[in-house]
Design a protein around this ligand. Structure first.
Ligand SMILES: Nc1ncnc2c1ncn2[C@@H]1O[C@H](COP(=O)(O)OP(=O)(O)OP(=O)(O)O)[C@@H](O)[C@H]1O
Ligand SMILES: [Mg+2]
Length: 233
């Protein structure tokens, strides 16, 4: 569903050139729970931003379900993000003055394909699946970090995205809450067949992924399915 060919991202700062991505070629299949791993500065966030259409590559090609992203207008890209992609951020990015339920409803309201009643039902349903229904009228600050992250996962899932992206979603969580959040991602992947691409640099997270791509200096140094040896490349 996702095809990335020879992706490059070069940042220029004065005379200095940083090759954040240096020729990444990758296919992502439906249903995968892909972990992007690698040391700090290896290009993980940069790659995720390219895949999530949050930033544009310097060169290379991104094809999603047969659509070459470079050929889309800004408006089409925005619609693509809204209808096909979901995001979970490190800092949850919840709106502080909105309740849990309202936060989860937000992306559904941006889309104009459901009436308010349907949006309420969908938001309620996803909160139920994620086990936070009883907190729906609370404000984000009244929840723990782990619960806030689960709300942000519910928010990303309310539009049933083709791909769910997460950049270090556990970075601000202790190991117990991290586990809870990772278990939730695993459930979403296994039970809802959600395709997930997650960036992590914590080695123990690798047990949750079914495929791991490792980056080093903007290059893919290994790519393999979990449980089997990662193939070098
Ligand atoms: N906006 C930018 N301007 C200049 N250089 C950048 C910019 N964003 C990233 N870089 C550089 O690109 C390289 C890759 O950065 P990136 O954020 O993708 O790494 P990362 O693997 O996500 O690291 P971390 O684990 O620390 O989050 C780094 O050398 C970084 O300094
Ligand atoms: Mg990063």
């Amino acid at each position: 569903m996702f095809e990335i060919v020879d992706l490059q991202k070069i940042y220029r700062m004065g005379d200095v050139e940083v090759r954040a991505l240096d020729g990444v070629t990758l296919d992502i299949a439906k249903g995968e729970f892909l972990g992007i791993m690698g040391a700090s500065g290896s290009g993980k966030t940069t790659l995720l931003h390219m895949l999530g259409l949050l930033d544009e590559p310097s060169s290379g090609r991104i094809v999603i379900d047969g659509t070459d992203i470079a050929k889309l207008t800004d408006y089409e890209r925005t619609m693509f993000r809204l209808y096909k992609l979901g995001y979970v951020f490190q800092d949850y990015a919840l709106v502080p003055d909105l309740t849990v339920m309202e936060n989860v409803s937000l992306p559904a309201m941006l889309r104009k394909d459901r009436d308010d009643e349907q949006i309420k039902r969908d938001s309620y349903h996803i909160l139920q699946q994620i086990g936070l229904c009883d907190r729906r009228d609370h404000l984000p600050r009244e929840l723990s970090g782990g619960q806030q992250q689960r709300v942000s996962i519910a928010r990303a899932m309310v539009n049933k995205p083709d791909i769910l992206f997460a950049d270090e979603p556990c970075a601000n969580l202790d190991s117990e809450n991290s586990k809870m959040v990772l278990e939730l991602f695993r459930e979403i992947n296994e039970e809802m067949k959600q395709t997930i691409v997650m960036v992590s640099h914590e080695d123990w997270h690798k047990d949750y992924f079914n495929r791991i791509v490792r980056l080093k200096d903007g290059k893919v140094v290994s790519d393999g399915f979990n449980g089997k040896a990662e193939k070098a490349g």
